[in-house]
Design a protein around this ligand. Structure first.
Ligand code: FMN
Length: 257
């Protein structure tokens, strides 16, 4: 579905994204970083000293491999994944995108980073996403990862619905024992023209109060596409930094202070 062809929801603040990285977004190409040098002392003291060191990352060499997998029921999360892939590729990353319902993923060890996107139906992420996270949990926890949740609750302005969307994500991640470095909650869509009779009636009843929707002859798109692009851009930059040559984890934590 091309979102530009769809009528927009009456609200604009329909998506939230959360970067769980406890730092500010780094500049991707030129980092000024305080590095704890190997020299153990300065002439004046016996303690290690900090000095400013510039680290240049060559854009051509900064390409990383990113696996982007998704679970979708009506196709909207596939569009979100597509849009994220465009941004990641524009940032010079090598992106492999797979629908988990259609393609198998044997191992993720070849990838520098992984993005997992899922829609919510009946309060749950897609079954294929659950199975994927369960299978690859240990490898996921050892690299930069993003969890992208697409739901109607995030598009709903009522505080209890916002809390509900957050609870879906919290509960899922806790259950899976997966701690992504990045999390985004985006509003989803109501593609009435794709629904069968019963689903259309059900979704119309659910959407009437929060969104004032009565016309089911058209589709509605509640995703804030600027936020999707922004989130993908931020993840792209952080993956480059995480895999920058010569930056150890210790260097990074020092730089981020
Ligand atoms: C049958 C059905 C059940 C849904 N259940 C929920 C739900 O429990 N919570 C929620 O926030 N959104 C719910 N949604 C909204 C979807 O998350 C939203 O339509 C999303 O865009 C679907 O993405 P997909 O096309 O990638 O599956 C439901 C939608 C349908 C059709």
């Amino acid at each position: 579905m091309e979102e530009s062809s769809l009528p927009k929801a009456p609200r604009s603040d329909v998506a939230r994204c959360v970067d769980t990285t406890p730092t500010t977004t780094p500049t991707p190409t030129n980092h000024t970083a305080p590095i704890l040098r190997d020299h153990p002392t300065t002439p004046e003291s016996d303690t290690p000293y900090l000095t400013e060191t510039k680290i240049f990352i060559d854009e051509d060499e900064a390409m990383n491999t990113i696996l982007l997998v998704y679970g979708t029921t009506e196709g909207h999360t596939a569009t979100v994944a597509d849009r994220m892939a465009e941004v990641l590729r524009a940032e010079n990353h090598d992106v492999t995108m797979k629908s988990l319902a259609q393609e198998d993923v044997d191992a993720i060890s070849d990838y520098d980073a992984v993005v997992i996107a899922s829609s919510i139906h009946a309060g749950q992420p897609h079954a294929t996403v659950k199975a994927f996270v369960q299978t690859h949990r240990d490898a996921l926890n050892g690299r930069p990862t993003a969890y992208v949740q697409v739901s109607l609750s995030t598009a709903d302005p009522r505080p209890e619905k916002q809390a509900e969307a957050q609870a879906y994500a919290d509960q899922f991640l806790q259950e899976m024992k997966w701690t992504p470095t990045h999390i985004a909650l985006f509003g989803g869509a109501l593609p009435f023209t794709r629904y069968g009779f019963f689903k259309r009636r059900l979704m119309r009843a659910l959407a009437k109060k929060p969104f004032g929707i009565t016309d089911t002859a058209r589709d509605y798109d509640f995703t804030d596409w600027d936020q999707v692009k922004q989130f993908a851009g931020s993840f792209a930059a952080d993956v480059k930094t995480a895999h920058a040559p010569g930056l150890s984890l210790r260097d990074r934590s020092l730089r981020d202070r």
